[in-house]
Design a protein around this ligand. Sequence first.
Ligand SMILES: Nc1ncnc2c1ncn2[C@@H]1O[C@H](COP(=O)(O)OP(=O)(O)OP(=O)(O)O)[C@@H](O)[C@H]1O
Ligand SMILES: [Mg+2]
Length: 221
Amino acid sequence: MLKVMNLSKKFQSGEHLVIAVNNVNFVVPDGVFAAIVGKSGSGKTSLLSLLGALDKPSNGEIFVGGENVSRMSDLHQIKYRRDKIGFVFQGYNLVPNLSAIKNVMLPLEFAGVGKLERQNRAQELLKKVGIDEIKSRRLPARLSGGEQQRVAIARALANKPDLVLADEPTGNLDSATGKIIIKLLKDLAKKEKTTIIAVTHDTAIADDADLRFTMKDGKLT
Ligand SMILES: Nc1ncnc2c1ncn2[C@@H]1O[C@H](COP(=O)(O)OP(=O)(O)OP(=O)(O)O)[C@@H](O)[C@H]1O
Ligand SMILES: [Mg+2]
C-alpha cells in the first residue's frame, strides 16, 4: 500500500518560489492501478520523483509497504529504489546495446540474483508482457515502440517491486497501443499485487484505471 500524508515540494526558482506539490494526501491499496492526470506543469513528475525517492520532500511523509520513505538515510533510499520501486518512462530508457532479455536481467544482476535464475525470471516476465523468446533476443532498436515499452514494464517488475511508477508510459505510442499498455499495467497490478501509479495527459487512458486523481497547481483531487 502507498500512503502519502501532507506531502509538499517547493522549488526556489530565482526570485520566486514554485510549489510543485502542495500538501497532497492520498492512499493507493496493493494491486490497484491508479492514474494521475493533469496539465503540463501541474506537478505530476515532481510527485513521482518524491514517491520514488529521486527527490526529497520539503514537507510530509510517504509510506510504502509500511516503510517511511521520507525518513530513510540516503543509503537506505538507494536500496529502496533498487528493490522496492520499478520505474517506467515515456522514452522506454532501455540500454540500446543489450538485448531485450538482458535489459530485464540487469536489475536482477544489481540485486545479486544468480545467472540462471536471472535468465528464467526475465524470460517469464517477458512472456507475461507478450514478448516471445525470439523477440527477447533482439536489440531494442529492432522492436516497435509498444514492444519496447512492454520490455521496459517487464524490467520495472523484475525485482518484484512494491510500487511501480510510470511517467507518461504511453506518451510515445499511438492511442490503440497506449490502451493495450495500460491494460497490461492494470492486469499486472492485479496478478503481481503491486501498486501502480501512472501519470498521463490522456484522460481517455486514465478512464481505464482503478483509481483516478487529477493534479492541478500542485494539488491532488
Ligand atoms: N528542479 C526544479 N527546479 C525548479 N522548478 C522545478 C523543478 N522541477 C519542476 N519544477 C517546476 O515545478 C512545476 C511542476 O513541474 P512538473 O515537472 O512536476 O510538472 P508536470 O505535471 O510533470 O508537467 P508535464 O506534464 O509537462 O511533464 C513546474 O512549474 C516546474 O517548472
Ligand atoms: Mg512531467
